[in-house]
Each structure stands twice: as C-alpha cells, then as structure tokens.
Design a protein around this ligand. Structure first.
Ligand code: FE2
Ligand code: FE2
Length: 234
C-alpha cells in the first residue's frame, strides 16, 4: 500500500499556490512582456535540469533515478529534438529575441532567489524532499491555467500552434512527469517522513510564487494586462 495521503496534501499545496500565482497564467502579454517571460523562464528551465540531477545524485533507488533520468533529463535536455529549452528558445526567436538574449539573460532578483531555494532543496536535502520540491512544480497551473495561458498568448500575439509548442508540451509532458513523480512519492515516502517532505514542497511553491509573480510584475511593467483579482506581487 502506498502513502496516498501525500498526494492529497501536495494537491492542496499546489491549489493554494495556483491562486497566488494566477496572474502569471492569466496575463495578456505584449511582445516586450512575452520576451521577459521567455528570458526568465529560460533561466528556470536550464537550472531545473541541474536540480533534477542533484536529486538523482542523492537518490540510491535505481527505479527513481531511471524515471528522472529518462523523463526530466534525457527527454528534456539530452535529446536536442525534444529539448524543452530549445523549444522555448524557438518561441523567443519568434518574439524577436536573439538567441544570446535568452542564453545570457539576467535573472530578476525574484528569479535569482528562487533558484537558490531550489538548489538548496534538491542538493542539500534528502532525495524524497528534493523530489517533492520538483514534483509540485510540474503540477503548478496544471492543466487549466496552462491552457488559458496558451490561448492568451496565441490570441494577443498572433502565435500559431507550432509557435507555442513549448506551452502545449507542458500540458502533455507534465501529465507524465507530475503523475510519475507523485506515484514514486506515494510509494517511497513513509508516514514519519511526511512532514519534512511536505515542508520541502511548501518551500518550493513559495519560491515558485516569488518567481512567477516577479515575472508577472515585469510583464505588467512592459504593458501586459493582469487580472485585477490576482494582482502581481513583486
Ligand atoms: Fe520542461
Ligand atoms: Fe516537466
């Protein structure tokens, strides 16, 4: 029997975070706003591979390592055709950025702080806590807010389905990534480990809200329209 209580707890944390970060998904972008989004998200996407690798490095369970290596490292970065970062770069080029502006983007202070939180959680904490910290991010905004984001971007910026491949991908791929990681947590986390694992997930989502609302505020400063009911906090 797995620890099914953990999934309910993680879902509740994600649902609460979705409310805090809704502005990011609901924003109606302008081109400069979309550019800053791509630049900051690119920093996250590249760093995320390192975080997953740190979880792998801390984890003695071959089954867990295999899942992460296949789904979060090989597919997302190891193969150029499926690389999530390369897809994000294509979106950025379509929005008028040059590649080096994405590769060499400067993190916002909020992005910078969030990266340090994720590095610490995945590198210095036990692997189950690191896995939980990463797994909840696969679930953020999933799937409804992500669909709205894709539609908003396509409508506001006249982007084709192919242009927003990066967004579409994160509706389909993260179904596998999120549910696979949750299933591993269900099986491996013992009841007495729950508080620490949930605390790591909560901290990771706090970093996510900081990261996402930092981007939303930067988008707003570049003309994006944010919903009034969910004002961005910087
Ligand atoms: Fe990804
Ligand atoms: Fe993913």
């Amino acid at each position: 029997m797995g620890n099914s209580a953990i999934v309910a707890e993680l879902d509740a944390l994600v649902a609460q975070c979705n409310q805090e970060i809704a502005a990011l998904y609901l924003a109606i972008p302008t081109i400069p706003a979309a550019q800053v989004y791509v630049q900051q998200w690119g920093i996250f996407t590249r760093h995320s591979r390192r975080c997953w690798a740190w979880v792998v490095g801390n984890c003695p369970e071959v089954e867990v390592r295999r899942f992460i290596t296949k789904e979060n490292l090989y597919e997302e970065e190891g193969q150029i055709e499926t690389s999530h970062y390369e897809k994000l770069v294509r979106l950025g080029l379509r929005l008028g950025l040059e590649r080096r502006e994405i590769d060499d983007a400067t993190p916002l202070p909020s992005t910078n702080l969030a990266l340090h939180v994720w590095e610490c959680l995945t590198k210095n904490y036990p692997w189950k806590e690191g896995l939980a910290a990463k797994a909840v991010l696969e679930r953020s905004g999933f799937p409804d807010l992500r669909r709205i984001r894709q539609q908003n971007w396509q409508r506001a910026l006249q982007l084709s389905d192919e242009d927003v491949d990066f967004f579409a991908l994160h509706i389909t791929a993260d179904e596998i990534h999120g549910s696979g990681a949750y299933e591993l947590l269900e099986r491996y986390v013992r009841p007495e480990e729950m508080p620490a694992v949930l605390a790591a997930a909560r901290t990771s989502l706090q970093a996510w809200a900081l990261f996402g609302n930092g981007i939303a505020a930067a988008m707003q400063a570049r003309g994006a329209v944010l919903p009034e009911q969910a004002p961005a906090r910087s």
